[in-house]
Design a protein around this ligand. Structure first.
Ligand SMILES: Cc1ncc(C[n+]2csc(CCOP(=O)(O)OP(=O)(O)O)c2C)c(N)n1
Ligand code: SF4
Length: 337
């Protein structure tokens, strides 16, 4: 009988697959000495993508720096659910800034550490999309422009969730929020608005910009690890589904995030000094409906008379991303993460 080669399909997964990898290739979470930077007992909703993304990001940052890291946190869900004074779930030195000035406070902390000769301690600023793309945008651009030595992480749940799901400049078209049109011919957020902060960050020619998703936690860890090894301003924009605000099932958080990536609406890429250096090539391209149908904020597009024109317009956005970021085979070259 002919011998068949054994294929280790699970190589690289978080469970058994990690044991098949060299020590330095194993995921941060597979490490017995992982730090659990955001400890149990916090008050995030079930299935909160932001809580998951933050723990993986900060755990990776702690491992990369030998725990020599501190964080400045903008007001928002991440701050509120993790740190109801006098309690905290954080296992690192952590400062709550105002809603809009996390980048400026982090710049100041990094400068103070440098003056005190403690530049080995790395500074992270973090916040939601409201705190980043809207109210904190000026401070963030200033931090980039001055090349301050800070990694800024935006956890993008596409609305102001902490105060009850208001629209931000990261809210996608047609998504219902508490402050977008509830009824009429085209309920939800309008088309043609919003801003792409990763591309704006690239325009500042900072050394490192990346997008990441809780759908691919190894990729997320790798990007944070890479960012921690670079000096100067760095920016990582992480897509984090919010079951409460998106009307998705808590158990579907990873699925929803994966569908956003695989349909092309949330491209995963890295850029250095303004140029894209790697991108995630779609493993299984899916239509945008597969992503939208999982979320009640888009429920008005479906039902007895689906809004085919609006769905087609969203599909056109995904197709445009796929072309622009070269997300399908034949168009993309990929560098090992
Ligand atoms: C100057 C100011 N305006 C408004 C608020 C109220 N506020 C606190 S958190 C928040 C929304 C945060 O949204 P986002 O940054 O997207 O983070 P999320 O809660 O979605 O994670 C708002 C409006 C505030 N704290 N300060
Ligand atoms: S409202 Fe959304 S972002 Fe906030 S804790 Fe709940 S799931 Fe997380």
């Amino acid at each position: 009988m002919a011998l068949q080669p054994v294929k280790f399909y699970q190589t690289g997964t978080f469970t058994v697959g990690n044991r098949l990898l060299d020590l330095d290739e194993r995921s941060v979470q597979a490490n017995m000495r992982r730090t659990n930077s955001l400890n149990s007992g916090h008050r995030a909703c079930q299935g909160c993508g932001e809580a998951l993304g933050a723990r993986y990001a900060i755990d990776a940052a702690m491992q990369a720096t030998g725990n020599q890291v501190m964080a400045v946190n903008a007001t928002g869900c991440l701050e509120v659910f993790s740190t109801p004074y006098p309690e905290t779930s954080w296992q690192i030195p952590w400062i709550h800034s105002l809603f809009g000035n996390a980048a400026a406070v982090a710049s100041g902390v990094a400068a103070a550490l440098r003056v005190k000769g403690r530049g080995n301690i790395k500074v992270i600023a973090q916040g939601g999309d409201g705190g980043t793309t809207d109210i904190g945008f000026g401070c963030l651009s200033g931090m980039f422009e001055r090349h301050d030595d800070v990694l800024y992480i935006c956890y993008d749940n596409e609305a102001y969730m902490n105060t009850g799901v208001q629209r931000s400049s990261a809210t996608p078209p047609a998504a219902r929020t508490a402050t977008t049109m509830a009824v009429g011919a085209h309920p939800g957020n309008v088309f043609g608005t919003g801003k792409n902060v990763p591309l704006i960050a690239m325009a500042h020619h900072i050394p490192y910009v990346a997008t990441a998703s809780v759908a691919n936690l190894r990729d997320l860890e790798a990007k944070v690890t890479r960012a921690m090894g670079i000096a100067g301003s760095r920016y990582i924009h992480i897509h984090v589904p919010c079951p409460l605000g998106w009307g998705s099932a808590p158990a579907d958080t990873i699925l929803v995030a994966r569908m956003a990536v695989e349909c092309g609406l949330f491209p995963l890429f890295e850029a250095e000094h303004g140029e894209i250096t790697s991108r995630y090539v779609l493993r299984k391209r899916v239509p945008v409906e597969d992503y939208l149908k999982l979320q009640k904020r888009f429920a008005h597009l479906f039902g007895n008379a689906p809004d085919v024109r609006t769905i087609a317009a969203i599909q056109a956005m995904a197709d445009s991303n796929i072309r622009a970021f070269r997300l399908v085979h034949g168009l993309a070259e990929r560098r090992k993460a």
